[in-house]
Design a protein around this ligand. Structure first.
Ligand SMILES: Nc1ncnc2c1ncn2[C@@H]1O[C@H](COP(=O)(O)OP(=O)(O)OP(=O)(O)O)[C@@H](O)[C@H]1O
Length: 417
């Protein structure tokens, strides 16, 4: 009996070894030995193969002369052979552990802010991604080295719901004085429920002109911050500024553009977004772009270089998932709504929490401006405005802390209340 089990296990191990060699073949991760009589492929050395019904774990080392960067570049081949539930880790330059999981993430994972809170506590600008194969919460901090974010996925794949829960989490986590949101929604459908939320600056921009104005406002904020933080205070970024002036902190800014690809012919907008993507991070200005297809036309240049965190919901094919750098997202099935490949440091599969629109509506209620406040809030929506800080700092040079000029209704409407 034992002998039979051992034979079965040996056979299984051989099959698994063959599968890894197939991945090496597909990716071209081998060296070729050629003699007069024959050609032979030499593969990385496989040290161990462990497996049970939940997972397979391979440990292998590259051959001398093989470039470790090749593994990262050819990751797609492993996805092609093993499916998308894998992880490749390295603890040295040459030793790799490839884990293939047979487990699946639960199809539905309901949004629960209170439950998620301990996972994001202490972060500056947390993004709650969802849950991974091991049931772990996947979170990251935009303001701590993981700045701009692209969410891409086919119609109905769950990307808008994904963006909705990210925004709802940020709104609950940050005060409106700590986070300013600029929302652009060329589809006219996604952001209406954030309409009167205190964090949202101006109106939700749906028309192209309004979207351009929103982008321009964020670029202006960037220029003002460069003058205030860099030129005037000679500091390296927002964190240093806020440490110095902790009672007059400058808020983070998040510019969110849904269906970003619709801007592809709007050169002026794209140029400004490129600049924000390249310079915004140090000054606390971040981007969240969403699109059905990350067309090469809009994913070129600086945007591609600087928007490195990617959420790849279901993609149509490998060509598209290569553009967004979320290989494996083309294998996500239509039924798996809210499932995505997250390209953070390494790629992993994640299930976004589902926050239904009606629930979000209720949840956002306490953060909405009261009707009588709307007019007043509209006046001070860019508070604290860097320009005002600069002006008042110049007037009161002897003071070390910035003074913020508050506008009154009379200032703006000449007493027309
Ligand atoms: N995380 C999730 N878990 C379970 N179901 C989800 C999840 N996210 C979205 N869904 C379901 O999928 C449907 C489509 O989601 P959503 O509208 O976000 O897709 P989309 O990719 O934004 O599509 P479009 O591009 O047309 O806006 C939703 O109505 C919802 O029922």
């Amino acid at each position: 009996m034992r002998l039979l089990e051992k034979m079965k296990a040996d056979k299984q191990e051989k099959l698994l070894q063959k599968k890894l060699i197939e991945a090496f073949d597909v990716s071209g991760i081998y060296m070729e030995y050629t003699s007069e009589k024959y050609k032979k492929r030499i593969y990385p050395k496989i040290h161990s193969i462990k497996f049970n019904e939940n997972r397979i774990e391979y440990v292998f080392t590259l051959l001398n002369g093989q470039d470790p960067k090749e593994i990262k570049k050819k990751e797609y081949a492993f996805y092609q052979v093993f499916g998308r539930t894998l992880k490749i880790e390295t603890d040295s330059i040459k030793k790799y552990t490839l884990t293939v999981s047979n487990r699946t993430i639960p199809k539905k994972f309901i949004y629960d802010y209170k439950k998620f809170l301990p996972a994001i506590e202490g972060m500056k600008l947390p993004i709650f991604g969802g849950v991974n194969l091991d049931g772990e919460y996947i979170v990251w901090d935009m303001a701590d080295g993981k700045p701009h974010l692209l969410a891409a996925g086919e119609n109905g794949s769950g990307k808008s719901a994904g963006v909705r829960q990210i925004l709802a989490t940020l709104i609950q986590f940050k005060k409106s004085s700590e986070l300013h949101l600029y929302l652009c929604d060329p589809k006219f459908t996604e952001f209406h429920l954030f309409g009167d939320v205190e964090h949202v600056q101006g109106k939700i921009a749906c028309e192209m002109d309004d979207i351009y104005n929103n982008i321009k406002a964020v670029k202006k904020e960037l220029d003002d911050r460069k003058r205030l933080i860099g030129e005037q205070e000679k500091l390296t970024g927002i964190e240093k500024y806020n440490d110095r002036y902790h009672d007059k902190k400058i808020p983070y800014v998040l510019l969110v553009i849904d269906e970003f690809a619709q801007l592809k012919d709007k050169k002026d907008s794209i140029n400004l977004i490129e600049t924000i993507s390249a310079q915004g991070r140090a000054f606390g200005i971040f981007l969240l772009l969403a699109t059905q297809r990350a067309e090469a036309q809009v994913m070129n240049g600086l945007i591609k270089q600087n928007i490195t965190i990617r959420m790849g919901f279901r993609h149509a094919d490998l060509i598209n998932s290569r553009i967004t750098n979320t290989i494996g997202s083309e294998k996500i099935s239509m039924e798996d709504k809210g499932r995505f490949i997250l390209k953070l440091d390494e790629a992993m599969e994640v299930q976004a929490p589902l926050l239904e629109e009606e629930i979000a509506e209720k949840l956002l209620e306490p953060y909405k401006r009261k009707e009588e406040e709307v007019k007043r809030e509209a006046i001070t929506w860019s508070f604290p405005n860097c320009n005002e800080i600069i002006e008042s700092n110049e007037e009161k040079k002897e003071q070390s802390k910035p003074v913020i000029k508050k506008l009154t209704i009379d200032d703006l409407f000449g007493g027309d209340k």
